[in-house]
Design a protein around this ligand. Structure first.
Ligand code: FES
Length: 256
């Protein structure tokens, strides 16, 4: 999938930390303090770019031109460098996202088991297609729809995610009911994982901030189907050969 992306770049921003500009004033002192915390986790500030982009999305619901500029300023990168990363990964949204992001897997396994039918049903109901939002982005009950590539839950196909939380073994009818509930402002429990938040809340977690870590990790994370292989190996006494203690490891690249 190719898309045009119109973030502008400026020569002055190249490898130069610039002062807080009006364009990035949407990111207040609290966000700047969070950014500092993120940057402090890494030996090189530029390594903080991915969580920084999630932080931007937790504030604005997408990666805006201001968000690009903000990351560039904070990380002493050029806006071109930030844009290159932000446009590469599909988790960084170029348009404001709805309160909830619904990602429906239409990759081979899910498609064969009904993923295409689920996508069609939800798309028809919402009246939108890929990367489009029903309702006003950010407002309660607004839903952004997207096709997703394999969501790494083929054993539970067909699956969909809401704000990256799993809803397994879906039917078109179940998916439709789920989306209608989201539009009513409800937050149905995912099959696995923590309670449902909203897109911006999920983005804050992806930036590494958890208001209540205990409850966030309290939900069940593994499904019976996922553990079946390990269980079978256990019952049969199958093991993988262990790595010899004296195995030669490739040399580590020199740290720059
Ligand atoms: S194909 Fe849908 S989760 Fe793998």
């Amino acid at each position: 999938m190719t898309e045009q992306f119109d973030f502008t770049t400026t020569e002055e921003a190249v490898h130069e930390a610039v002062p807080i500009s009006g364009a990035t004033s949407v990111f207040g002192e609290d966000v700047r303090a969070d950014a500092k915390q993120i940057i402090a986790r890494y030996p090189e500030s530029r390594s903080a770019l991915l969580p920084m982009l999630h932080l931007v999305q937790s504030v604005q619901g997408h990666v805006s031109a201001e968000g690009i500029q903000f990351c560039a300023e904070q990380l002493a990168l050029s806006t071109a460098e930030v844009s290159a990363v932000a446009t590469f990964y599909t988790m960084y949204k170029r348009k404001p996202c709805g309160q909830h992001l619904v990602s429906i897997c239409t990759n081979t396994m899910c498609a064969a088991l009904g993923g295409d039918a689920i996508y069609r049903k939800v798309s028809e109901h919402l009246g939108v297609g890929h990367n489009e939002t029903a309702g006003t982005p950010g407002e309660e009950g607004s839903v952004t729809l997207e096709h997703a590539e394999c969501l790494a839950a083929c054993d539970l196909a067909p699956v969909l995610q809401v704000n990256y939380e799993y809803f397994d073994n879906q039917t078109p009818e179940q998916a439709l009911e789920l989306v209608k509930a989201l539009q009513r402002g409800e937050k149905p429990a995912p099959t696995r994982g923590p309670a449902l938040s909203d897109f911006r809340g999920a983005e804050r977690q992806l930036a590494g901030f958890f208001d209540d870590l205990e409850s966030t990790v309290a939900g069940s994370s593994a499904a019976v189907e996922t553990l079946r292989g390990a269980q079978l190996a256990n019952e049969q006494g199958w093991t993988a050969p262990s790595m010899p203690d004296d195995a030669e490891l490739p040399p580590l690249p020199e740290k720059k």
